[in-house]
Ligand binder design. Structure first.
Ligand SMILES: NC(=O)c1ccc[n+]([C@@H]2O[C@H](COP(=O)([O-])OP(=O)(O)OC[C@H]3O[C@@H](n4cnc5c(N)ncnc54)[C@H](OP(=O)(O)O)[C@@H]3O)[C@@H](O)[C@H]2O)c1
Length: 332
């Protein structure tokens, strides 16, 4: 059996190019004692993957040149030499941009493909849903009646943040690019939607958040972060989840110039990494699955197909061309 895969070929400058990747193949590895062989059905395409291509210190080592590109995956166990897994188990893990992966099982989570589509365990019921959950509840700590502002609101993380905010009795305001994405935010139950591409952010945030912003959940950074900082309520919490507007910069990251708003409003700004909450994943996934089963949590996926299309499909994230969690389906 052949395993087709994308490996790192060069360090990108700005947006990754096709020449930054090498598409190759090798025989599928047989699992050793204690290991499982997983056939990957879906690959999670995440903005963070762009950061993993850079040299330098981060929360996780960079993917070295020549290595298979790291990515979250959902698939099925096709051979098991690990007592915890049986052939046919559906699992999520981090097998990378390839068709088969071998694992000792430590990073694998069994999922119930009968309760929700397998791909949803990469999105709303998986890593991005968990990011929304932990970022909002552990860092944002929203209280009933407060205003939660979310950037990248029509995306995989942002859409879940807004819905969880509503479930928690908050006012949810989303920022997204374009009329279609803003209309979708209303469908999700957001109270207000701001189109940053056609509207003035500072004045629209002021209108949509008349009592100020108690929790700002930021996925975008740059000017969006600055605009939100200008409308903080006293004792606000600013959750730094991501800064997608800065990931392909060829110049230094743009930091917030409005940071004195933190002082004036006795506010806090704190970043988080979802992987740090691994011990609580099962508990949080159970809550997300329950909301989903009860119809309180809608999950939108943007599914593309074909492993060979990975380099171009990945760029959709940075062009705003994905509408929902971006997943590359490579097997049924
Ligand atoms: N801290 C953590 O542990 C953690 C975990 C997961 C994700 N994240 C972060 O969360 C953020 C969202 O990730 P996701 O997976 O949910 O992606 P996503 O929102 O589904 O997709 C990316 C979206 O970002 C927006 N975007 C792209 N370039 C932009 C720009 N220059 N300015 C403004 N918006 C831009 C686009 O939406 P529009 O069309 O609306 O512009 C695009 O559709 C990312 O920053 C990611 O790194 C962090």
């Amino acid at each position: 059996m052949i395993n087709r895969q994308f490996r790192r070929a060069a360090r990108p400058v700005g947006l990754p190019k096709s020449t930054d990747w090498a598409f190759g193949q090798e025989p599928v590895k047989a699992p050793n004692e204690g290991e499982v062989l997983v056939k990957v059905h879906c690959i999670s395409l995440d903005p963070a993957m762009r950061g993993w291509m850079n040299e330098g210190k981060s929360y996780i080592p960079p993917v070295a040149l020549g290595e298979v590109m790291r990515a979250g995956t959902a698939g099925v166990v096709v051979e098991s030499k690990n007592a915890r897994f049986a052939k046919g188990d559906y699992v999520v893990g981090i097998h990378g941009v390839q068709e088969y992966g071998v694992s000792d099982g430590r990073d694998l989570i069994k999922v119930d493909a009968g309760k929700a589509p397998l791909s949803s365990y990469l999105g709303g019921l998986g890593m991005t849903g968990l990011s929304a959950y932990f970022g909002l509840y552990e860092i944002g700590k929203p209280k009933e009646g407060e205003t939660v502002l979310v950037s990248g609101a029509a995306g995989a993380v942002g859409g879940v943040v807004g819905q969880l905010a509503k479930i928690s009795g908050c006012r949810a305001v989303g920022i997204a690019g374009g009329a279609d994405k803003c209309a979708y935010l209303k469908e999700l139950g957001f109270d207000e939607a701001i189109d940053y591409k056609s509207q003035d952010l500072v004045s629209e945030i002021k209108k949509a958040c008349p009592k100020g912003v108690d929790v700002f959940f930021d996925n975008v950074g740059g000017e969006t972060l600055d605009a939100a900082l200008s409308r903080l309520a006293p004792h606000a919490r600013v959750v730094i989840c991501g800064a997608i507007s800065q990931y392909n910069n060829t110049t230094p990251v743009k930091g917030p110039s409005n940071y004195l708003s933190l002082l004036v409003n006795r506010a806090k700004m704190e970043g988080f990494v979802v992987f740090d909450y691994r011990a609580k994943y099962a508990e949080a996934m159970a809550v997300l699955v329950a909301h989903f089963s009860e119809g309180k949590l809608k999950i939108k996926e943007h599914v593309e197909t074909g492993l060979e299309n990975f380099p171009d499909v990945f760029l959709k994230l940075f062009r705003g061309e994905n509408f929902g969690k971006l997943v590359l389906k490579i097997a049924d």
